[in-house]
Write a protein that binds this ligand. Structure first.
Ligand SMILES: NC(=O)c1ccc[n+]([C@@H]2O[C@H](COP(=O)([O-])OP(=O)(O)OC[C@H]3O[C@@H](n4cnc5c(N)ncnc54)[C@H](O)[C@@H]3O)[C@@H](O)[C@H]2O)c1
Length: 316
C-alpha cells in the first residue's frame, strides 16, 4: 500500500506550498489537504481536500482511516500576533491539535509526524546572537509558550512511546503565493506587496529590529529533507534550530531599493514590537547541518529579487 500524507491546516501560508510540493513528489492522490476553510484554486484543484477541524480527534481519525493515512503534517495553529489577542483559543488550538496527532501515532494509527515550532520558543533572557540549540528559553508570548510546551511533548512522546515526530523552529517566512496568517514577521511579506502597489510601506516593526527570516522554498525543502532523513541520524526530537538570513526592516528596504530605487519606508511600531524584541536575531543551526545536511539557498538579495519578480508575474 502506497503511503498517504495528510496535511492539517493546508490552506495557510506554509500548508499551501507544502501540499503542492508534496503532491509534486508523491503524486496528487497521495497527499490529502485539509483545513476548516477552502484554500486557493491551485491548491483546491491539485488533489483531494477535506474540511477537517484538527481539534476534533474523532473526525481526524475518520479521515486517517478513510485515506489510510500514514504521515501527518500539522500546520494548523494560531500565530504569534493573533494569539496575543485570543490567548485561550490559541492555547486550545495549538496544544489540542498536537495531542490529537501524537495520540494517533502512539496508537500506531500513523507512523510519522511533522509539527512546526518557531523562534518564538525563545524569550528575552535567551542569547540573541547565534542562539544555541539548547539554551535559556523563557518565552513571553502565548504562542511561544504553546510552542515550547509542544516541543517538550514531542520529545516526551518520542522517548516514552517511540513516536517518530520531527520538528523545525521556523524563523519568519517570506512567500508570495499565500498571505501570512497573523505573525510578528508578516511585515516582511506585506512590504513587497506595498512596494509594488504604492512604492511606500509603513512598518509595524522598528527600523533596526533584526530577526531571523527564511524564503519559503528553503522552508519547504528543509521540511521535506528532515522528514526524509534516517531516523537514527536525528539527535533532536524537540525541534531543530534553523537559520537562513537575518535582517531588519531598514536592511530589507535597502534591498528593495536596489530593485525599486524610489521605494520609501516609514516606521510606526505597534504591539508586535514587544514580541519581536523578545526574539533572537540569529540562530545557530549547526545541529541541523550536522544531522541531516541543512543548507539554505536564499539570502536577502535573492529573496528580494525573487519576491518582486513573482509578484510582478502574478499581477500580470
Ligand atoms: N509563517 C511563519 O512565518 C511561521 C513561522 C514559525 C512557525 N510557523 C508555524 O507553522 C505552522 C503553519 O503556519 P502558517 O504560517 O502556514 O499559518 P497560517 O495561519 O497561514 O495557516 C494556518 C492554517 O490553519 C487553519 N486552521 C486554523 N484552525 C484550524 C483547525 N481547528 N483545524 C484545521 N485547520 C485550522 C487556518 O484556516 C489556516 O489555513 C504553524 O504551526 C505556525 O506556528 C509559521
Amino acid at each position: 500500500m502506497a503511503k498517504t500524507i495528510l496535511i492539517l491546516g493546508a490552506c495557510g501560508q506554509i500548508g499551501t506550498e507544502l501540499t503542492l510540493a508534496l503532491r509534486g513528489i508523491h503524486g496528487p492522490e497521495a497527499v490529502v489537504a485539509s483545513d476548516i476553510r477552502e484554500g486557493d484554486s491551485e491548491l483546491m484543484g491539485s488533489g483531494p481536500f477535506e474540511i477537517l477541524d484538527a481539534t476534533d480527534a474523532d473526525a481526524m481519525e475518520e479521515v486517517v482511516v478513510h485515506y489510510e493515512v500514514d504521515e501527518i503534517y500539522l500546520m494548523a495553529a494560531m500565530l504569534s500576533a493573533t494569539a496575543e489577542k485570543f490567548p485561550d483559543r490559541a492555547w486550545n488550538l495549538n496544544m489540542n491539535t498536537l495531542f490529537n496527532v501524537l495520540k494517533l501515532a502512539r496508537e500506531n494509527k500513523i507512523s510519522k509526524i511533522f509539527w512546526p515550532s518557531s523562534i518564538a520558543v525563545f524569550g528575552g533572557t535567551t542569547p540573541k546572537e547565534d542562539t544555541p540549540q539548547s539554551t535559556v528559553m523563557e518565552p513571553s508570548t502565548v504562542y511561544g509558550i504553546s510552542k515550547q510546551s509542544g516541543e517538550r511533548w514531542c520529545a516526551y512522546y518520542h522517548r516514552k512511546f517511540g513516536v517518530d515526530v520531527r520538528s523545525l523552529r521556523y524563523p519568519g517566512l517570506i512567500s508570495w503565493k499565500t498571505q501570512p496568517g497573523g505573525g510578528t514577521t508578516d511585515y516582511a511579506v506585506e512590504i513587497f506587496h506595498e512596494a509594488l502597489k504604492n512604492g511606500t510601506y509603513t512598518s509595524f516593526l522598528d527600523r533596526d529590529t533584526r530577526l531571523p527570516m527564511m524564503y519559503m522554498d528553503d522552508a519547504i525543502r528543509a521540511t521535506i529533507e528532515l522528514m526524509r532523513a534516517d531516523a537514527e541520524a536525528l539527535s533532536i526530537r524537540s525541534s531543530y534550530n534553523l537559520q537562513a538570513m537575518t535582517f531588519s526592516p531598514e536592511e530589507l528596504a535597502e534591498a528593495i531599493r536596489r530593485e525599486i530605487p524610489d521605494f520609501r519606508i516609514e516606521y510606526a511600531p505597534d504591539f508586535r514590537q514587544e514580541i519581536a524584541d523578545s526574539w533572537p536575531s540569529r540562530i545557530d543551526d549547526s545541529q541541523a547541518r550536522e544531522d541531516w545536511g541543512w543548507q539554505p539557498e536564499y539570502d536577502l538579495q535573492k529573496t528580494t529579487a525573487t519576491m518582486l519578480a513573482e509578484l510582478r508575474a502574478q499581477a500580470g
